[in-house]
Design a protein around this ligand. Structure first.
Ligand code: MN
Length: 217
């Protein structure tokens, strides 16, 4: 009686720029409202960083195109600097990520004081570009996102309320942060909706560009 057996899903992973090895992803932590102007546009003032998570299999790597998700009429983009935790818990590398969000489900969850899982941790909700190993990008580096060639988000990494080192320290107060963990570090202002067919280009100076198209559901 083995008809229930199946092969385990492969470990999600990211390509590493200039290397043949890949970075295996263990889990995805995300910080909310980490740029002052975005916190304001979401109706919040400066506060302690807070976290939510996405499952590792929400990762969309290698320039793959995510499908427009189920159960939303208001899918939003959020460009973010992503830290990749390596050996001994240090940040091993950096990437450009997009924290896709079902904003209508998030608003409903906020109204009712319910969890954000359905708003943030859905299938294919974490497109992420190739990892660049090494030191933190220049804090003055530009972070930007365009939809169909039109710039929608444009900021600088030093506009973060909590910098990557501080975020990692805060995460360690809550979790046993391990090699393979990714941390999405929050988005600058200018978030907005996506439609099926939209082409997204997300950039941070010095890192590999993340590009994808939202496929029809
Ligand atoms: Mn975000």
């Amino acid at each position: 009686m083995t008809d229930w057996l199946f092969n385990p899903a492969p470990t999600p992973s990211l390509p590493i720029h200039g290397r043949s090895e890949r970075f295996p992803v263990r889990r995805i932590l995300c910080v909310g409202q980490n740029y002052a102007a975005h916190a304001r546009e979401m109706g919040q003032s400066r506060a302690e960083p807070f976290f939510f998570t996405k499952p590792a299999d929400a990762l969309v790597a290698d320039g793959a195109d995510p499908r427009f998700p189920l159960a939303t009429a208001n899918l939003h983009y959020e460009v973010e600097l992503v830290c990749a935790v390596g050996v001994e818990g240090a940040i091993a590398g950096w990437a450009v990520g997009c924290d896709l969000t079902r904003r209508d489900l998030q608003a409903a969850a906020k109204d009712k004081g319910r969890p954000w899982d359905a708003a943030k941790g859905f299938d294919q909700s974490a497109p992420c570009g190739a990892l660049t190993l090494g030191a933190l990008p220049d804090p003055a580096a530009a972070i930007a996102l365009s939809v169909n060639g039109e710039t929608r988000q444009s900021g600088r990494l030093h506009e973060m309320v909590w910098n990557p080192g501080e975020i990692l320290a805060k995460a360690r107060e809550l979790w046993d942060v391990r090699p393979g963990d990714l941390i999405f570090t929050g988005t600058p202002e200018g978030v907005g909706p996506l439609q099926p067919g939209d082409r997204i280009e997300a950039t941070i100076d010095g890192l590999q560009t993340l590009s994808f198209t939202v496929l029809p559901r």
